[in-house]
Design a protein. Structure first.
Length: 579
């Protein structure tokens, strides 16, 4: 009803219901009046005139009460006897079921489940025949429940509390508490400072705590609890993900950064798919999964399996497969970004990727001066081999064995890496190339690194090169290319862990504050050129970096998300049975 009159589709208000009070047209309000009457036909209701219930929300309540300016957003699932106070919000994809009373000014994050019932577990009968119990759930005023939280039956959440993203709440939460984890535990009192001053140059908190000290202007300054900051950041990112993606969609295509004259490309579409999957586990709002799959697959060459660059707004236009190369150019990265975008969408490449005759080219990739580019070529090759197995059940065992044999012979036992440092760039090319190479091979196939301690030592040496981690040098590529090696090698050894933790804490504290509301992250947030403008590439990379940093530090559960795409932590394939 409101789509034409309001100048915006109804589904936008469903996902951005906070805009209803400000931008809702007469038609929007007339539709809400109809929606309220429909709900009253199926149960007892007491809905304030300013309450908003999304057209796509599944609301089947015996008793529903909603105060002024409260809302239930898109695809929420709400059943039972529900009472929402004024200014209380149930965000997209949340589940609120049972006998639940929620106070005023409560925020319930996307994908959260508040479940006021339970099953019996006695061993005398199958689960589906067990009786159910229902004690009810009460949430006080002024409570923030982050995204992906689960609140179980019988719980009372005290007023003024905060529940961190991804928490599982099984017991009562005291008023003014900040809780997180599985099961949720109290981190602190919201009214108390989260840190205490210290003059020590090193961390003074007990092992496992996230408070750190950094030197600023000659004095030590306490950085607030990083796990708590990361949880708050992740909740905010989930709330804003649709704004971030909509900002970079020009009506026909995804672009990396709006307002910048960039050639239409494939990667922004893949970044948008990964960002949406990472934060809210769905396709970008307003886009159909089947359409995205079709666009991504339409540019694949049936002969080579490589994906041609071009404009996915017109996926089958101007196709040119003549110069595609698995080891270099845009087609090489498309093996990664398109392959994983298709995977998180529940699909895969239509055609196998031709990997023949690539091993003979490995020595000539330029390991002395362009180790990063050489490592990216190995990444593309390793990913192609893995994708062929995942998407088509095809594995060239000889090719895989030859590739890892070549890597084992060519690695430097002293540095643990491939390539040599360059006088003009130090270890930059080598460490960055190590990340790309190992991501597509050892990490992706679940195999141990040949010299993990030496690789950590080299990576930490490079991490002290301040030119690469300040100003224009502070970018997502340089930080990712350090934390991933530390994280990957750290699975095999604790060598260098203390120094690595200090570096990771410093980077996490720095990046959490550089998110731009409604826009995301810039690739180079402190830079002096166009890369300092927030965009899709920067957002996708920094979100993955934050997960890697928190996982390396031991509290990735705080962010409540886990990469499933290019930067997934699990191997894509394993190779049991290879000789």
């Amino acid at each position: 009803m409101a789509a034409e009159d309001a100048g915006q589709p109804v589904e936008r208000l469903d996902f951005f219901p906070w805009e209803y009070a400000r931008t809702g047209s007469e038609a929007d309000r007339a539709y809400q009046a109809v929606r309220h009457r429909e709900l009253a036909e199926h149960g007892k209701t007491e809905l304030a005139g300013s309450a908003y219930v999304a057209s796509t929300a599944a609301v089947f309540c015996d008793d529903l009460r909603m105060g002024e300016r409260s809302y239930i957003a898109a695809h929420a699932y709400v059943t039972g006897e529900i009472s929402l106070g004024s200014d209380t919000t149930v965000n997209p994809f949340a589940v609120v079921r049972g006998k639940i009373t929620i106070g005023d000014g409560v925020r319930i994050g996307a994908h959260t489940s508040i479940l006021a019932f339970n099953h019996g577990t006695a061993p005398d009968r199958p689960i589906f025949r067990q009786p159910t119990t229902a004690k009810g759930i009460t949430v006080g005023d002024d409570v923030w429940i982050g995204s992906n939280v689960i609140v179980l039956d019988g719980v009372t959440v005290g007023e003024h509390s905060i529940i961190g993203a991804g928490a599982v709440v099984t017991k009562d939460v005291e008023p003014w508490s900040v809780v997180a984890g599985n099961p949720a535990r109290k981190l602190r009192d919201r009214r108390a400072p989260s840190t205490k001053p210290s003059t020590d140059s090193e961390t003074t908190a007990p092992a496992g705590a996230a408070t750190i000290q950094v030197a600023m202007s000659g004095q030590a300054k306490a950085v607030p609890d990083l796990a708590e900051r990361a949880a708050a950041f992740a909740a905010k990112a989930r709330e804003q993900v649709d704004d971030v993606l909509a900002r970079c969609f020009d009506g026909e295509r995804f672009v990396d950064r709006p307002g910048i004259a960039l050639t239409p490309a494939v990667r922004p579409w893949c970044d948008a798919v990964e960002i949406a999957d990472l934060l809210v586990r769905r396709a970008p709002a307003g886009h159909r999964t089947e359409d995205l799959i079709g666009r991504l697959r339409a540019r694949q060459d049936p002969a080579t399996g490589l994906v041609a660059p071009g404009d996915l707004a017109f996926p089958e236009a101007d196709l040119d497969f003549s110069e595609l190369d698995l080891l270099q150019g845009e087609a090489a990265y498309h093996v990664l970004c398109v392959g994983y975008a298709l995977q998180v969408l529940g699909s895969g490449f239509e055609h196998p990727i031709d990997t023949a005759h690539t091993n003979t080219r490995l020595d000539g990739l330029g390991w002395t001066k362009r180790a990063w580019g050489s490592g990216s070529s190995i990444d593309a090759l390793g990913t192609a081999l893995a994708r062929n197995l995942v998407d088509h059940g095809e594995l060239d065992e000889t090719h895989v064995t030859n590739l890892f044999g070549w890597l084992h012979v060519r690695v430097d036992p002293k540095s643990g890496m491939w390539g040599r440092p360059h006088p003009d760039e130090g270890w930059l090319q080598v460490v960055n190339g190590f990340y790309r190479l190992t991501r597509g091979t050892y990490a992706q196939f679940g195999l141990p690194l040949p010299y993990p301690e030496q690789a950590i030592a080299t990576t930490l040496t490079h991490a002290q090169d301040r030119a690469r981690f300040s100003g224009d040098g502070y970018n997502s590529c340089n930080v990712l290319d350090v934390i991933h090696p530390l994280w990957l090698a750290g699975k095999q050894t604790d060598f260098g862990r203390a120094e690595g933790r200090r570096w990771a804490e410093e980077q996490l504290a720095a990046i959490l504050g550089r998110w731009v509301d409604g826009a995301g992250f810039a690739f180079a947030p402190d830079g002096s050129d166009e890369r300092s403008i927030p965009g899709l590439q920067g957002t996708e990379m920094w979100l993955s970096i934050i997960w890697l940093l928190t996982d390396y530090l031991g509290y990735s559960d705080a962010v409540g998300y886990r990469p499933r795409g290019v930067h997934r932590p699990e191997p894509l394939v394993t190779l049991p049975g290879l000789p």
